[in-house]
Design a protein around this ligand. Structure first.
Ligand code: NAD
Ligand code: TDX
Length: 337
């Protein structure tokens, strides 16, 4: 029996992970602990096997709530819960420190108190900062910390706390660092779903700065499969980079998506750059490839096709995500473009 405690399981990656874990392991039972912030959506879990999934609404910064939900026989905590959008962290860092830093410590303490066997912490390539353009430099697991946004700084702080819990208390921890995920059910504040939602409605696509910033893209299920392998077989106290060797400039991503959708390149609008905008991320995934034998299954072409199809077929989900508070956020972030 695998008893998992997943935090942030109503978000983009956490919900994909729950789908996959329930599919891959027939003996898997999941408690999904999520505060349902603007980014959490129970519709993301529609169609899963409810008999093996229990949703618990709660905040990871609340120790009593976490302990109430965390069963003693839990095999692993997988911590996805976070404030995850860089632009929002630039507007206000407070929630990022509260959830990403304090919340991680609350979970680490609870894991010790309940004797949880393994703590899997989901981190990001952004903790190691920005790489130079046009150079054969990559992030590996020993790259120095150099977070540049309040979001990245909060994720770096969380990693330090996980490391400390392992070193000081011997907690069985593993950390994963991934790059830019794409796929179904990603909230349309992030570049790719924002682009898809706007282009499908013939609205402008905002591209920051000169559009030459590079991101390393991975299909969300490939990321989740890697997390499952790290959860099962990763070495305690270790960090694993996860990447599909798929670097692309933002402008190229925008142009290729418009081409697939049959929309004109004139929809692209260059807008004011993000403050402190990291130039390039590029992940060296050699460690997870050689130690755990993980490889991505999707190519960029197959992943993008699946993603576009999902957004085309789920207009209701998109409209609901784009309503209410999203409109205020969008107006604040982009004005009228
Ligand atoms: P998301 O914003 O889609 O989802 C976050 C989820 O966490 C939501 O369901 C939200 O309700 C929940 N949450 C937020 N604050 C909470 C709190 N205080 N208590 C309980 N639940 C809370 O994020 P995502 O894109 O799915 O990212 C998941 C994780 O993966 C994050 O830790 C993020 O840093 C990391 N990550 C994301 C990417 C990416 O490209 N999206 C890449 C690398 C790493
Ligand atoms: O409107 C936009 N226009 C634009 O040009 C937005 C929202 C973004 N961009 C650019 C900024 C980045 O160079 O596109 C690139 C991708 O931006 P985001 O989707 O905001 O992702 P990023 O900032 O790269 O961070 C993502 O990857 C690492 C996730 O949001 C993080 O949670 C993850 O840790």
């Amino acid at each position: 029996m695998r008893n998992l405690f997943v935090t942030g399981g109503a978000g983009f990656i956490g919900s994909a992970f729950i789908r996959l874990a329930l599919e891959e392991f027939s003996d898997c039972r999941i408690v999904n602990f999520d505060a349902l912030t603007y980014a959490g959506n129970l519709d993301n879990l529609s169609g899963i096997d409810e008999s093996r999934h229990r949703f618990w609404r709660g905040d990871i910064t609340d120790p009593d709530a976490v302990l109430a939900a965390l069963e003693a026989e839990t095999d692993a905590i997988i911590n996805f819960a976070a404030e995850s959008h860089v632009d929002r962290s630039i507007a206000s860092a407070h929630e990022f420190l509260r959830t990403n830093v304090l919340g991680t410590q609350v979970l680490l303490d609870a894991a010790r108190e309940r004797g949880v066997h393994r703590f899997v912490h989901i981190s990001t390539d952004e903790v190691t900062g920005s790489l130079p353009e046009d150079e054969e430099a990559f992030f590996d697991e020993s790259s120095p910390f150099a977070p540049n946004s309040p979001y990245a700084a909060s994720k770096a702080a969380a990693e330090h706390l996980v490391r400390a819990a392992h070193h000081t208390f011997g907690l069985n921890t593993v950390i994963t660092r991934c790059g830019n995920n794409y796929g179904p059910r990603q909230f349309p504040e992030k570049f790719l779903p924002l682009m898809l939602a706007n282009a499908m409605r013939d609205e402008a696509i905002p591209v920051y700065g000169d559009g030459r910033n590079v991101r390393d893209w991975i299909y969300v299920d490939d990321h989740c499969r890697a997390i499952l392998q790290v959860m099962e077989r990763g070495r305690t106290g270790e960090t694993y980079n996860i990447g599909a060797r798929n670097e692309r400039r933002n402008i190229d991503v925008a142009q290729s998506v418009l081409k697939i959708l049959g929309k004109p390149p004139s929809l692209i609008k260059f807008v004011k750059d993000r403050l402190g905008h990291d130039r390039r991320y590029a992940i060296d995934p050699t460690k997870i490839e050689t130690e755990l034998g993980w490889r991505p299954r999707e190519t960029w072409e197959s992943g993008i096709e699946k993603t576009i199809r999902w957004y085309a077929e789920n207009a209701e989900w998109v409209e609901s995500a784009r309503s209410g508070a999203y409109r205020e956020y969008y107006a604040r972030q982009y004005g009228t473009i």
